[in-house]
Ligand binder design. Structure first.
Ligand code: 3HC
Length: 309
């Protein structure tokens, strides 16, 4: 009976076991999992644009090869995640339509411009660093296909962060102009990176339920704090100043205190009024339209092969 199915589901979650595609799940679980996985996938795909902007202008062949590999990885992360969403009955074409028409979200962080090559380093160090803080716990998310996608993605993400830190360290050993470029990139990406973790727990509509279903293993504020604590020493080692005058070690708490995040800015960017929202969606729409003939040809070929059998 439905009651037995519900109990089996609750029991599986309670025992920290994985929910698999064949298992019965409450409609709300399916909906929120598709919502989070789809928006995670959209973030990976849109995230290719800001960094991709520098592939043709990387300062050396080595930097170009590394950046190319990283952007390619992001595409792959998006594809694993769309496949995970499909195991819940979502349709990939429908998800793309929802992204392009603004009915599904992607991470606010990708609506900021990449003005200099130092931004490539700041993104890898801060944005991929924040993504690692967020994604490592998701390896223990209750939905099997999502958790397993995260395990693969986290391995690649650590390469993304390491190459960026080395890029910034190299620039910090360069001219004053290069050091200024790094500091400028950090100034522009620090606060938007903190916004990647979502609104404060008290204003988060989904956190309580996502924690109860063990989709999330930590709250937005917990992971944001973990990211700040991890990053401050790295900034010191790099020789850059994080743009927050309130940033200070609090021995009592055993964490860094930090200043207020501009939640109005985040709301504006999520609502579509960030610096690059229109450009990001227009590019994604254009790419989708340019690829229509490939999808039609592949579908026609598949039909022909099926008829030939
Ligand atoms: N940008 C855009 N939307 C955001 C956001 C952000 N930075 N933070 C929160 N939101 C949205 C949420 O999606 C939710 O809207 P919805 O109900 O329409 O989906 C609303 O704001 C309220 O936020 P909640 O905290 O209640 O929502 P969640 O419980 O879903 O928490 C989250 C938000 C922490 C982003 C969570 O969804 C999550 O952990 N997602 C998986 C990780 C992810 O998506 N990361 C994207 C980062 S970029 C990336 O990973 C690429 C890497 O390679 C750099």
């Amino acid at each position: 009976s439905e009651k037995d199915l519900e109990q089996h589901f609750e029991h599986t979650i309670e025992k920290d076991q994985r929910i698999e595609p064949r298992d019965w799940v409450p409609e709300g679980y399916r909906k929120t999992m598709i919502r989070q996985i789809a928006q995670h996938a959209h973030s990976e795909i849109i995230g290719m644009q800001p960094e991709g902007n520098w592939i043709t202008r990387a300062p050396s062949l080595r930097r170009k090869a590394i950046l190319l590999a990283k952007v390619q990885d992001e595409a792959g992360h998006g594809l694993y995640l769309y496949s995970a969403a499909e195991t819940l009955g979502a349709d990939r074409a429908d998800l793309t339509e929802k992204l392009i028409t603004g009915r599904q979200k992607y991470s606010s962080i990708f609506n900021y411009p990449t003005l200099t090559f130092a931004d490539v380093g700041a993104i890898g160090w801060l944005v991929d660093g924040a993504a690692i803080c967020n994604q490592v716990p998701l390896c223990r998310s209750s939905y099997g296909p999502y958790a397993r996608a995260m395990i693969r993605i986290c391995k690649e993400e650590s390469f993304h962060q390491r190459q960026a830190y080395e890029l910034l360290m190299t620039m910090m050993k360069g001219t004053q102009a290069q050091r200024d470029m790094v500091q400028d990139a950090v100034n522009r990406f620090w606060w938007p990176s903190l916004m990647m973790f979502g609104p404060p727990d008290a204003e988060s509509a989904n956190t309580a339920q996502s924690m109860a279903w063990k989709i999330k293993r930590h709250t937005n504020d917990e992971l944001r704090q973990r990211f700040v604590d991890m990053t401050v020493p790295q900034a010191e080692a790099l020789g850059v100043t994080l743009p927050d005058p309130d940033l200070k070690w609090n021995a009592e708490r055993g964490h860094y205190d930090f200043g207020p995040v501009d939640w109005d800015e985040m709301k504006q960017v999520v609502a579509g009024n960030g610096p690059c929202n229109a450009e990001r969606l227009a590019r994604r729409r254009q790419a989708h339209e340019d690829g229509a003939w490939v999808r039609e040809a592949a579908a026609a070929h598949a039909r022909k092969m099926a008829e030939a059998k």
